[in-house]
Design a protein around this ligand. Structure first.
Ligand code: ADP
Ligand code: ASP
Ligand code: MG
Length: 465
């Protein structure tokens, strides 16, 4: 059996939901077994739910309620378009109204207190996936697909790190074995939500933005699925972000390592945590386009035919900060690295790139962490700290890249031809990427130029579509 995950644009409106239903139907016919289906909130809904939380925190309850009304209308429109005035439509419209009332009560509480704890944020935000999956469940059943809707809070049990929870594998596995597997064995499609889970005490959690991919990989691993399908709005993993490089090409295959580096260094097409559960059980991940299901997409697996030195993709992560640490104490002493790592660890801020010299360390982090100020204060107790905001890390990805001569020089020549300054170069322990940092304003130019350098000539049919 396979796990199929449909992202926000794949369920953005009635027509998209109808397409999802038909894709699931073809999968059942093809594989003669029932898949588990994981669904995101309709496109834009998670952003809107987060906006109404911050508007309420900031005293703008009226604005928040207006946006809540838009969210309600969006779902009502889908329901009316899919089910007209049938009893199913009435049932769903009532459900939408209930959800809206629940959210309204929470927004009033947030407005009254003036802040929203992460645990409450997760309760509000999880409603996006609850609504989309509830509607899709009725559509699939109407289309004759025997489908059972399961609340992800019953089967994905997590720690209590609200807004960025991690699965508790053993407990989730027993829940999946108890609640999901028997239904699949009886031929029922199990439809559940991505992104959300619950603590052992039943409190709602979320896995972080874009986390539905991760949910699909977790369920794929727990069910020992034969494949994890990520259905999205592009033809597969491309050689670069098509919003920056419109002529980016589809990769037919890539390795787990390459996909992990690409996702970690900014390719939004996959959540960075997606690959790990697939690697552990060696389950292929397929990235497919729900708008063009006939395209074969990208297969990500352990090993592919090797093309030594071939660059596969260029990724870019914006909104980064460089932290430069200088200390004479580092000369000939041990323990400085440990102290630095401990501070990052205590603040739970991951380091993206590192570069070191005899007396200094440069690190990059994402700016999105609330605790960045605390981090800097603590680092100041052990080193001189200089911060540079508004930078972007660029990452050129391909297995065996660092072994192949000439790739690094081609990269840096391309950047210098554009008169763009490289602020930092990562020493790259991995053989799968070469990374460096530029000013954020230069990032798109660099990505486009590197894409031209590495992909304009290549005609390799086995790797690229
Ligand atoms: P979903 O809602 O289906 O999860 P996302 O918006 O999270 O979809 O991810 C798909 C988007 O990722 C694409 O529309 C594309 O703009 C972006 N993207 C960034 N880098 C890449 C890449 N290398 N290959 C494909 N898509 C990419
Ligand atoms: N709906 C969530 C988000 O927008 C999760 C996801 O789409 O993967 O972040
Ligand atoms: Mg996504």
């Amino acid at each position: 059996m396979v796990v199929m995950k449909f992202g926000g644009t794949s369920v953005e409106d009635a027509q998209a939901m109808a397409v999802v239903s038909s894709i699931v139907k073809s999968e059942i016919t093809k594989s003669n077994s029932a898949p588990m289906v994981i669904v995101s909130a309709c496109a834009g809904v998670t952003n809107k739910l987060l906006t109404i939380i911050s508007e309420s925190e900031n005293g703008n309850l009226r604005e928040a309620l207006t946006i809540l009304e838009e969210i309600k209308k969006k779902h009502e429109t889908i329901v009316v378009s899919l089910f007209q005035e049938t009893p199913i439509a009435l049932k769903l419209l009532k459900k939408i109204q209930h959800v809206e009332q629940d959210i309204k009560k929470l927004l009033k509480a947030i407005h009254a207190i003036g802040e929203c704890p992460n645990s409450l944020k997760d309760v509000v935000v999880a409603n996006g996936e609850i609504l989309s999956s509830t509607i899709l469940n009725e559509k699939m059943n109407l289309d004759g697909i025997k489908t059972t809707w399961i609340d992800a809070k019953l089967i994905l049990i997590t720690d209590d790190k609200f807004t960025r929870a991690k699965p508790l594998w053993d407990i989730s596995e027993s829940k999946v074995n108890l609640l999901v597997r028997p239904l699949l064995d009886k031929g029922y499609v199990v439809l559940s939500q991505g992104f959300i889970g619950a603590t052992q005490k039943g409190k709602t959690t979320t896995l972080g933005r874009g986390g539905s991919d991760y949910s699909a990989a977790i369920f794929g691993s727990l069910l020992n699925a034969s494949a994890i399908q990520i259905w999205t709005d592009v033809d597969g993993v491309l050689t670069s972000d098509p919003r920056v490089v419109p002529n980016a090409r589809r990769l037919k295959q890539m390795t787990f390592n390459e996909a992990a580096e690409l996702a970690y260094f900014g390719a939004k097409v996959l959540h960075p945590a997606t690959i790990q559960p697939a690697v552990t059980k060696n389950i292929p991940v397929l990235v497919l386009n729900s708008k063009r299901p006939e395209i074969e997409g990208t297969v990500i697996m352990k090993e592919i035919q090797s093309f030594d030195g071939l660059v596969k993709a260029v990724a870019c992560k914006k909104d980064q900060t460089i932290i430069n640490l200088t200390t004479t104490n580092m000369l000939g002493t041990v323990g400085f690295f440990y102290s630095v790592a401990k501070i990052f660890n205590d603040q739970e801020i991951p380091i993206d790139m590192v570069s070191t010299s005899e007396i200094s360390i440069s690190l990059t982090v994402s700016c999105s962490y609330d605790s960045l100020n605390v981090l800097v204060k603590q680092l100041s107790t052990i080193a001189d700290v200089k911060i540079k905001n508004k930078v972007a890390s660029i990452c050129v990805v391909g297995d065996n890249l660092q072994k192949s001569s000439g790739v690094a020089s081609k990269i840096f020549q391309t950047v210098s031809e554009n008169n763009i300054n490289i602020i930092m170069i990562s020493q790259g322990a991995s053989e799968t990427n070469v990374g460096f940092v530029v000013e954020e304003v230069d990032a798109d130019t660099v990505v486009r130029s590197l894409h031209k350098t590495f992909f304009s000539q290549i005609k390799e049919k086995t790797v690229f579509a």
